[in-house]
Design a protein around this ligand. Structure first.
Ligand code: HEC
Ligand code: HEC
Ligand code: HEC
Length: 127
């Protein structure tokens, strides 16, 4: 008999260890193997600082969705007082002009496939 109670936590621990370099590199922005993420032309700042965005953009987008859909609260104010429409397409992709060369590069590298694009459109059709 195999002892699943030990094997499964053991496997989970191994996976965390095996992928730790990837997470470390992505989170720190260092490392030769990380895909190059194109920055929006002519812009210097995101809607929050870059390290926060790398870690938390998924969460932020879900908050935006809930606030827009449930409360019709459409305006996001950044820590330094800039105002943005809470929109995945108009705001995020309005500034990050190439989804393919920014968002997708990281998502493909990490094999993450957000289902959001089944409904939301890339305004430039991915080009
Ligand atoms: C089944 C279709 C569908 C899917 C899948 C979907 N959405 Fe939406 N989303 C909508 C609709 C419809 C609205 C309402 C649009 C409005 O009221 O302006 C919306 C609104 C939003 C908004 C606020 C309005 C805007 O212009 O962006 C955000 C942010 C958002 N969704 C994010 C997401 C994210 C993130 C995902 C994936 C995790 C996702 N959505 C997946 C249909 C979808
Ligand atoms: C006003 C333009 C602008 C908007 C709007 C914007 N970004 Fe950014 N974003 C930037 C810039 C500029 C950087 C690079 C900042 C830096 O390196 O300090 C960046 C960085 C990022 C990063 C980190 C990329 C990396 O190099 O690792 C992520 C992830 C990100 N943005 C996602 C988003 C998402 C998701 C949205 C919408 C919720 C969004 N951005 C809206 C301009 C914008
Ligand atoms: C530095 C790497 C990186 C960059 C750059 C990046 N993402 Fe992500 N993104 C991730 C990771 C990792 C996840 C998966 C998180 C998870 O599964 O919990 C993710 C998940 C998402 C999700 C899924 C949310 C959900 O609940 O399914 C959305 C939407 C998203 N990213 C949008 C964007 C957009 C838009 C951009 C470009 C403006 C972008 N991301 C750039 C790493 C990145």
């Amino acid at each position: 008999m195999h002892d699943a109670g030990k094997i499964i936590p053991g496997l989970a621990f191994f996976l965390v260890l095996a992928t730790a370099p990837i997470w470390y590199n992505v989170a720190s922005g260092h490392g030769a193997v990380v895909p190059e993420i194109e920055k929006p032309e002519g812009q210097t700042q995101c809607v929050a600082d870059a390290a926060f965005m790398r870690r938390e953009h998924m969460q932020l987008l879900l908050e935006w969705r809930d606030e827009v859909v449930r409360d019709r609260a459409r305006v996001y104010v950044t820590a330094d007082g800039r105002r943005y429409d809470k929109s995945l397409t108009r705001t995020c992709l309005g500034c990050h002009q190439s989804k393919a060369n920014s968002c997708d590069r990281c998502h493909n590298y990490l094999d993450v496939q957000p289902y959001c694009w089944e409904c939301h459109v890339d305004p430039r059709g991915g080009l």
